[in-house]
Design a protein around this ligand. Structure first.
Ligand SMILES: [Zn+2]
Ligand SMILES: [Zn+2]
Length: 383
């Protein structure tokens, strides 16, 4: 019988290469041959045993190991059921074997209060995510992208990729959709100066792949000055190449120096928007200190429950009248526009440089360790 190879996180710190039976598909489902699957900060948290997601909500859950990781996926349709052919693609395009697709990892129930009330954001009480919160214990097992094939069920948001977008760029679709935080900030924009206005100063804390995607998006959306903060000189250099004007290395500056520098760059006011993409609880206070009065702070990176940090309700919230916005997940309505944006900017933005390291499934552990090094940007599994 044909087997499918996959990398499995069996317990924290442990990645095993396992084989699963090649599945037969239902009429409403499909099987995707994975071309590339990215490593995200969430995968690093899982690997480190930081498993609790959506803490304090109805969706609170610990990642149900064993899991085949991989939620930033691009691949081609390997087999597709009769019904799925007509119904599965988000915009109603017919899918055929060989078509390149990207897959939104989040599966929602469609029936809970959040699904009924909050359009496009998967804030579902019963959310399940490919490569994150679906265990590979039960058949058909193949619910993550670090595998030769992935099994896609009928309730999945699937998007056909325009033919001119190659896999090493299409694999960035998911993190680029996560930048819809900035679109959210645009929604808040008013002529009184709230939210993200044209020419505003945007500060990104942490410029790994997600921070880099925010720089790209902020630039496209009409940011003025973009400031990037990180520990890695390698990443800060890339941040500059992709549109950051000023970079600050945490290893070479003190917190006070960084705050002062940001104030100096903004006529003493502070940044209009700060986005936390470091996934480090301790940076939140510093980020708020760098924000101007009435500025907007986005908490994006701390995807799992971690340390608590202290804030002064007066100094950090009231006195500054800040808008403190926590944003989990990304909107499935963002995939179509993001693919269009990628297609449109393919010649002007060097997207192909963002994937810096590629590993076979057998080397998934090396890939994970590489993604935690300072000298890497997007690390991907290429089955
Ligand atoms: Zn992710
Ligand atoms: Zn729901």
């Amino acid at each position: 019988m044909k087997k499918v190879k996959a990398a499995v996180i069996t317990r924290p710190g442990e990645i095993e290469i396992q084989e699963f039976p090649y599945p037969s598909i239902k009429e409403s489902d499909m099987l995707v041959k994975i071309e590339m699957s990215g490593i995200c900060g969430t995968d690093k948290h899982t690997y480190k045993g930081e498993l609790r997601q959506y803490a304090g909500t109805a969706a609170e859950e610990d990642v149900p190991l064993p899991v085949i990781p991989g939620h930033e996926n691009v691949g081609v349709v390997a087999e597709i059921g009769k019904v799925a052919k007509k119904n599965l693609e988000f915009y109603g395009q017919e899918l055929r074997e060989g078509d390149r697709v990207v897959i939104c990892p989040d599966i929602i129930c469609g029936r809970c209060w959040y699904c009924r009330h909050i359009a496009a954001y998967p804030w579902c009480e019963n959310i399940k995510s490919y490569g994150v919160t679906i265990s590979c214990s039960d058949p058909p097992h193949l619910f993550g992208g670090w595998a030769e094939y992935m099994y896609i069920t009928s309730n999945t948001f699937v998007f056909k990729v325009p033919p001119e977008i190659p896999p090493e760029v299409a694999v960035l679709t998911e993190p680029l959709v996560v930048t819809y935080h900035l679109d959210k900030a645009k929604e808040f924009y008013s002529l009184g100066g709230e939210g993200f206005g044209t020419g505003d100063t945007i500060l990104i804390q942490g410029v790994g792949p997600l921070g880099l995607c925010h720089i790209i998006k902020a630039r496209i959306m009409g940011a003025g000055q973009i400031i990037a903060i990180d520990r890695s000189e390698y990443r800060l250099k890339m941040a500059k190449d992709f549109g950051a004007d000023v970079v600050l290395n945490v290893e070479k500056t003190t917190e006070e120096e960084r705050i002062e520098k940001v104030k100096n760059l903004t006529k003493g006011r502070g940044a209009d928007i700060v986005v936390e993409c470091a996934g480090v609880p301790e940076v939140v206070r510093e980020g708020i200190e760098m924000l101007r009065k009435g500025g907007m702070y986005f908490e994006v990176g701390n995807y799992v429950e971690g340390k608590e940090v202290s804030l002064s309700p007066h100094r950090h919230m009231l006195a500054k009248s800040i808008r403190l916005i926590g944003m989990t997940n990304h909107p499935y309505t963002g995939y179509g526009p993001t693919l269009e944006l990628i297609r449109r900017y393919l010649d002007t933005i060097p997207f192909k440089r963002i994937v810096t390291h590629r590993y076979k499934i057998e080397k998934a552990k090396d890939a994970m360790l590489k993604s935690m090094e300072l000298e890497s940007m997007k690390v991907v599994i290429v089955p």
